[in-house]
Design a protein around this ligand. Structure first.
Ligand code: SAM
Length: 234
């Protein structure tokens, strides 16, 4: 089966018909070629079969793409090889996206791909808990993350970057609700409000979208140094 046939089938099977267009299929085919080529010398992903890439990377990210407000500035914390930032930038050109990761060599792929595919996506190398004390504190409409850390830790890395009135969007697996229970205190301390939880299935995988509004400014002592966050999560 060709890449495009697989792309249309997987998106249609997962209720993502609005992204099943010829134009997006071509863009994702190009991204796949670039990802597989770069992945042969820098480890970006363990998933290398195109059908699995479509399902586990592209469809997974496209399933949350419409949760982002029109024209939002978005920070993707721990973007790694560009997930969700690359699929979001392809499917939602109205967004202005920044991918942040502590591993600079992965960002070379994200930065080069964004330039060569003319995407509204740039990158920043560094640790979230350090950069959140800098000039980008409380400056993004949305801060998102996928497969980076447990929600209580993730909130301390992400919520300080969210502007008042904005939100954090965490892409979680089937245990998202339990993670949210464990993160209640962190959310309250860091200035978050009541979370909106959406559970859904992607093929046979349970997924959870956790959207946390930013209702108060984050106290200046957060995020704490990484050792403290890990040793004593909020
Ligand atoms: N989000 C991508 C995805 O879904 O494929 C990558 C997930 S990967 C498992 C986790 C990434 O988070 C790694 O690339 C790692 O370098 C990055 N990371 C972990 N802790 C971080 C921190 N404190 N600040 C910035 N990046 C971090």
């Amino acid at each position: 089966m060709s890449f495009k046939d697989s792309y249309f089938r997987i998106l249609n099977e997962n209720g993502l018909v609005c992204f099943a267009t010829e134009q997006l299929a071509d863009r994702f085919a190009e991204l796949t070629e670039r990802l597989i080529a770069f992945n042969s010398h820098v480890n970006l992903t363990a998933i290398t079969d195109p059908e699995q890439i479509i399902l586990r990377h592209y469809a997974d990210c496209l399933a949350v793409a419409n949760a982002f407000p029109q024209g939002a500035s978005v920070l993707d914390v721990g973007c790694g090889g560009g997930f969700p930032s690359l699929p979001l930038a392809i499917a939602r050109p109205d967004l202005t996206i920044t991918g942040l990761d502590s591993t600079a060599k992965k960002l070379v792929f994200v930065e080069n791909t964004a330039k060569e595919m003319s995407l509204s996506l740039s990158t920043v190398a560094g640790r979230a808990e350090e950069l959140a004390h800098g000039k980008k504190r409380e400056s993004y409409d949305v801060v998102t993350a996928r497969a980076v850390a447990a929600l209580n830790v993730l909130c301390e890395w992400c919520l300080p970057f969210v502007k008042l009135g904005g939100c954090m969007i965490a892409m979680k697996g089937s245990g998202g609700k339990e993670e949210l229970l464990a993160a209640k205190n962190a959310i309250s301390v860091l200035g978050g409000g009541d979370a909106e939880v959406t559970e859904y299935a992607l093929s046979d995988m349970g997924r959870t979208l956790v959207k946390i509004p930013k209702i108060r400014s984050t106290p200046s002592q957060y995020p704490r140094p990484n050792g403290k966050i890990m040793k004593k999560p909020l």
